[in-house]
Design a protein around this ligand. Structure first.
Ligand code: FES
Ligand code: FES
Length: 169
């Protein structure tokens, strides 16, 4: 069933499973998923840097696929499942990718960081020991203006080690 339209004719009710919980939001028909997450659902982790699909700072999973939330309409997430950077880590414990970014010094202004962390977590879910060319390709849609990328690559190597260690138990 599609999103329910409200009387105003420009608002609609979108129902989405976000980080494991069903949520509803009354959004304008042209609202992006990013806007819905940040402004309606109180999830500011996904950043709004370009709003044009060029920087990757708004990366989330929509039904398991990595997407730029600024390019997806909120309505496209109706009855779908979204995971954001807020779903990583548990309580006070950071996800291994988050820990690796901090330890490698890969965070400066931090604007690109949530999108990169989501993209790296997605990559390591698919390939636990990716070669550098694969890492560079996977992160080519994530722009960072501060770090020069070397520390980000260090963080990915460290994160890959950590994720493999976690998997071994
Ligand atoms: S804010 Fe979505 S790609 Fe830049
Ligand atoms: S740390 Fe500033 S944009 Fe990446």
């Amino acid at each position: 069933m599609g999103p329910r339209w409200k009387k105003s004719n420009v608002a609609m009710l979108v129902r989405t499973k976000v980080n494991g919980e069903w949520k509803e939001a009354d959004v304008w028909e042209g609202s992006s998923l990013l806007y819905m997450l940040r402004e309606h659902l109180g999830l500011p982790g996904s950043k709004n840097a370009c709003e044009q699909g060029e920087c990757g700072s708004c990366s989330v999973w929509l039904d398991g696929e990595l997407v730029c939330a600024c390019l997806v309409l909120a309505a496209q997430a109706h009855e779908a499942e979204v995971r954001t950077v807020e779903s990583l880590g548990e309580g006070d414990s950071l996800h291994p990718v988050q820990e690796a970014f901090l330890e490698a010094g890969a965070v400066q202004c931090g604007f690109c960081t949530p999108g990169l962390i989501v993209a790296v977590a997605d990559l390591l879910d698919q390939e636990s020991n990716p070669p550098e060319t694969t890492v560079r390709e996977a992160l080519s849609g994530n722009l960072c203006r501060c770090t020069g990328y070397e520390k980000i690559l260090d963080a990915v190597r460290l994160a890959a080690d950590r994720v493999r260690d976690t998997a071994k138990g």
